[in-house]
Design a protein around this ligand. Sequence first.
Ligand code: AR6
Length: 179
Amino acid sequence: MNKEIIEKIQIAQGDITQLDVDAIVNAANTSLLGGGGVDGAIHRAAGPGLLTECRTLGGCPTGEARITRGYNLASRHVIHTVGPVYSGKPQDITLLTGCYRNSLQLAADNNLTSLAFPAISCGVYGYPIEAACKIAVDTTCSFLKTNPSIAKVIFMLFSPANLNVYEAYMRTLTKTSDK
Ligand code: AR6
């Protein structure tokens, strides 16, 4: 893997709502009207203006993404994407890949240069973290290769266990880039 691409990726542990980036990505549901998990945390931190804007969007199909302002968040925007409920079928991969690719495309289209992702679908939607991590990182790396305007992508993991999975996968890519 290209070293310049890998250097644009950061792995961190903590609360995504605290990040000062151009956009944080929300693991939403198709209604875009809020929920639990990271979605609930983002709506609480952003304040009621976020829900008011979300109501104007008319929902979002699984695998696609929509952008709003960030309201009370330090982050200027929220990119809302809807991950698949894990089923073990090949369509899971296509849909989760779409979440990352479409979120990154929306960021690039809006001239955003820094964004942060949670582990989409890895909470209540049940996607296994190892498989989801590979999709998240591989899709992001291939997008960054053809879209140099994006300078920084943070994967913000909530649990130490998920952080370990991402760090281990990044180490395998860094080894390849040394060769
Ligand atoms: N910062 C970063 N990551 C977080 C945070 C946070 N503040 N809070 C939770 N996580 P989930 P999903 C992690 O369930 O699986 C909602 O109700 C969490 O530990 O939030 O895509 C929506 O409305 C997990 O690793 O999202 C949908 O109905 C990851 O974020 C549904 O849940 C995603 O967990 C979406 O399910």
